[in-house]
Write a protein that binds this ligand. Sequence first.
Ligand code: G3P
Ligand code: MG
Length: 250
Amino acid sequence: MTPWPYPLWLAHRGAGKLAPENTLAAFRLGAGFGWRAFECDVKLSGDGEAFLLHDDTLDRTTGGQGSPATQHWTDLARLDAGAWHSPAYAAEPLPRLAQIAAFCHANGCALNIEIKPCPGTEAATGAAVAREAARLWAGAELPPLLSSFQPDALAAARDAEPTLPRALLLDELWDGWPAAAEALGVVAVITNWRLMDRALIERLHARGWRALVYTVNDATEAARLIAQGVDGVISDAVDRLGPGAAPITA
Ligand code: G3P
Ligand code: MG
């Protein structure tokens, strides 16, 4: 296997649950706890802006409603993506991928971009996010790792920007996943932590694929998986697990 350049610990959705997920505030909080690698969910607005949001609709984590796939970025940019979490984060906006890239460059952080297409936009989102990532990280030492549960999105990302590293996300070991991972040219497979054990790690490594897990919030499970040889741990527990370095200002 080629050397793995990404940190072992990745903060989930920016900084898990302590700040509003997938916002710059979450990234700042995670960095303050010493985290230097982040996972986030990226999709497209109706007019093609790559931005951070987990759900298929705006309802849970913003003041907006409905699918963002039919709304313009200028309207999405005005939404409050923090008040749902707590009053301290009121008026925190949805970030564009470009703002996250600037944060990562300024603070020496690695990024795992989970391509999270709204239903029906898998290929368009995979291609557009890959192109935007290639533009934003042009000349950077460490490219973002693109991941998705959707093979169609990863295939479009591969075709648009073949040199960006890709990872297949698995919530279950569905029939044919090894052949799909091979066809997608992945460098890693990221599974639900409950699926990962020493045998699967060895199976992945034998194929030349790194083994990463999400979302590990229990110290005992994290220690087991690390001892068994996982290459990356995505976690919400930025205050309890992870690198534990001194706070920084970001
Ligand atoms: O990328 C790993 C993890 O984020 C996948 O689950 O639902 O939190 O995006 P979800
Ligand atoms: Mg995710």
